[in-house]
Structure formats: C-alpha cells, structure tokens
Design a protein around this ligand. Sequence first.
Ligand code: APR
Length: 320
Amino acid sequence: MARKKIALIGAGQIGGTLAHLVGLKELGDVVLFDIAEGIPQGKGLDIAESAPVDGFDARYVGANDYAAIEGADVVIVTAGVPRKPGMSRDDLLGINLKVMEAVGNGIKQYAPNAFVICITNPLDAMVWALQKFSGLPTHKIVGMAGVLDSARFRHFLADEFKVSVKDVTAFVLGGHGDDMVPLVRYSTVAGIPLPDLVKMGWTTHERIAAMVERTRKGGGEIVNLLKTGSAFYAPAASAIAMAESYLKDQKRVLPCAAYLNGEYDIRGLFIGVPVVIGEGGMERILEVEMSKEEREMFAKSVASVQGLVEACKGINGSLA
Ligand code: APR
C-alpha cells in the first residue's frame, strides 16, 4: 500500500515540528509548503537526513507551489503570523484571514479530499474561514485547540498530584481563547473526578481554580517566556494525535473545534467540543450535559467566537 501523504501548510516552528513527528511516528510522506523560499526545502532535507539515524522511512518534499500538495490525505495548516508578546490572538485576525484565503484556494484546487486540521490563530475563526474558502465538507475539517488545552491542564494536574500524565484525563470545552471552559468534574485521575480528589484531600478547590486559570492563559505564558514566538512542541504533538486518529481510524474521542449544526444549540460555528475522529473525519459530536454555571461560561466563549466570525465577515464581504 502506498504511503499516506501529509501536507503541512506553513513550515515555521509548528510546521517543522509536525514534519519531524510525522517521520518519527512513520505516519507517511511529507510535503512542507511555505511562501518563504528555502525554508520548507531546508527543513525537509534536514529531517530526511535525521531519518537514517532514527531509522524511519519517509519522503520529504519542500515546496513553494500548491501543486506539490496534490492528492494529500491530511493537510495541517499553520500558515500565518504567530502571536507576539502583548498581541492578543484576535489582533492576528486581519493578517491571518488573508492567509486562510490563499490556503483555502490551494486546498480546493489540489487536495479537496483531504482531512484538514487548522492550527492558525485565532483558531475558531480561522478554521471557520478556511472551511468557507476551501469549500470542504464540514466533517472533513477541524481545528486543533482542545487537545492542546486539555494537555496543558493534564500536565498541571499530574505535576500537582505527582502522578503519571498517562493517568490524568482532562476535559475542555469552548473556544480557544482566554474564556475556554475546562470542565473540572469531567477531569479525572484514573477515573476519579477532581471534585472527589478534593474530598480525598489530594488538593483544594482553590488550587484547581488556579490550574484552570493557568490552563486558560497557557498560550500566553509560553509567549511571554519565548518572547520571539508562540508554543510549538505541544501544539504539534496535539495535531499529530488528531491526524493519527484519522489515518489509522482509531476513533479517538478528542476535543476539537468542530462545525456545529444544532448541537449545543449552535449552528454555523466551529466550537471546541468532544468529537470522534476516524476514517470518516469528524464522525460524531458528543453532547455532554452542563451545569448552569458551565453553560454560562460556554455561552460567553461562544459569544467571543461569534464576535470574531462577524469581524471576519466585516473584513471580507465574500464570507458574509
Ligand atoms: N502561505 C504559506 N505559509 C505562510 C503564509 C502563506 N500565505 N504566510 C505565512 N506563512 C508561513 C511563514 O512563512 C512561516 O514559516 O507560516 C509560517 C508560520 O510559522 P511561524 O511564524 O514559526 O509560526 P508557528 O509558531 O509555526 O505558528 C503558526 O499556529 O499556534 C498558531 O498562533 C500560531 O497562527 C500561528 C500558527
């Protein structure tokens, strides 16, 4: 069987890390695309030269022409400008919307059957715009946010409890913004929900609230430390988990920015919810019950995504 073809649009920090992980996990051959000449070619060659050492087989092609992504099975989009210190995700809107238009046209022409994962921020609005520009069916395009947000929460929880990250699950809903909704009672250590761990004396409500807050601001924390860019290792790992679930039909239940068509009483927006990813793409949306307080937080998060989408429509009339 021919190897799968994975196209990475954007060969920056996340794109390069994605390319390396695809090789290390032997998910398929890689096309790195970027507008910057030499970067995708250089990174592709560098990673290909690491393959004999690590012992993986994957072909790497660097390109500045969309024709190279022809027939890709998976497309992961990181093209755009990342956040700089002091810049909110929303400041990026105007610049990255134009990038999504170019990327959407490229996908429409060369890879209309691909499963597409968008990472570019502001995520929930960019994946919405990318779906419009590419014309992809809504079950074949998702945004990467929830896997990353819940991984951050899991890291903080595992660190707090001094247990393996493998035994910590976390549940995050809503947009990928500072008002995302980490659902504490659906987050567990080996199946034991966090509120029960408070009763067991493992932690306190205050400490959990602090970890929730740190999760919400997790992206900004890294930006402030790096000063010259935003997070890339954990975002890349998160998108790879989603791509792998599609390519291997794992049917993993992962929180993704998915197109809602009436679920959670929302229509026509991409919002972070738990979904099943398998060979059909985004195969199913899980609708979980929320408390009144959680519903209010979720509504606030949805409203800020809606605001960004309206702003996109204002910038580009063809999206209205
Ligand atoms: N087409 C293709 N590539 C583009 C385009 C475009 N129109 N515009 C910019 N790029 C490329 C840049 O040349 C750069 O190589 O996108 C790449 C982005 O890489 P980085 O600046 O290193 O950004 P990265 O850290 O990878 O983050 C990418 O993901 O998390 C989000 O907020 C982040 O939106 C940002 C994206």
